[in-house]
Design a protein around this ligand. Sequence first.
Ligand code: ATP
Ligand code: ZN
Length: 299
Amino acid sequence: MAAKTRLRLAIQKSGRLSDDSLELLKRSGLRIRKRRDRFIAHCDALPIDVLFVRDDDIPGLVMDDVVDLGIVGRNVLREAALGRKSAAGSGAFRELENLDFGNCRVSIAVPDDTSYDGPHSLASKRIATSYPRLLESYLSGKGVTFQTCDLNGAVEIAPRAGLADAICDIVSTGVTLEANGLREVETIFESTAVLVRTARHLSDEQEDLVRKLLTRFRGVISARESKYIMLHAPKSRLDEIVAILPGAEDPTILSLSSSPDKVAVHVVSRENLFWETMEELQKLGATSILVLPIEKMLA
Ligand code: ATP
Ligand code: ZN
């Protein structure tokens, strides 16, 4: 059989990771022609096929070698991996990169009026969760045994409905917990979206493509946080000005023909420039301060 050359990448069809996943692909030069009802789409520029599925299916698709790559929350990936381990299945995958979106945490919460002074307060309690293995792994590490109530949705209403004493679920802002009379007492897992790949060795062409994709993803991620900063600085205060520019180890200094006592300073900054710093720069005599977004970066 001829060596495979195309790569298959699974992303969430519709949900919290979908827009950011598609945006990352687009910024990485993977234009996909997707018809609305289609489950699979082909990229124009690279031999990559994108599959649109439920996020919970992504770890299994990667671990079973149905797809080569996936973009999924670490929370879902870890839960699935723990499941495979206990079922002694294959379960081989490699996490390639933190993609810096889909930030959330998996936490334990108890009703507002319940006292809590550490994990042992949960001993023998019934905890509703969609993450039974993450929870088991966390609480057994603390020597606490509990009863489980596995739910795939509406976890936060379980205590009020009399189904459980506590919950363990995804929290991002805490608003949903508050609305349900719950308070967060323990963070058991911090998550972001990750790029995951099969642990199997791919064909040389596919391995090259994975490397290329990863380099482009990293380029997009570092560009997202970086800014290009330009300003005019009086030569007499140049050192002070450069000293307060974030991440400006290596500024470009250019002379200005119209004003000999000033120079132009250009800097690629790894972080944003806040208004406070801009105001300080202005106090030091900097003028024409511009902060520009960077679209792509390749070291
Ligand atoms: P599906 O229909 O694909 O099964 P779902 O309802 O299980 O979707 P979503 O709510 O879309 O899942 O969340 C998908 C993932 O996004 C979560 O597993 C988590 O990694 C991340 N996530 C969840 N909530 C947030 C949030 N508030 N902010 C950012 N990321 C989140
Ligand atoms: Zn899901």
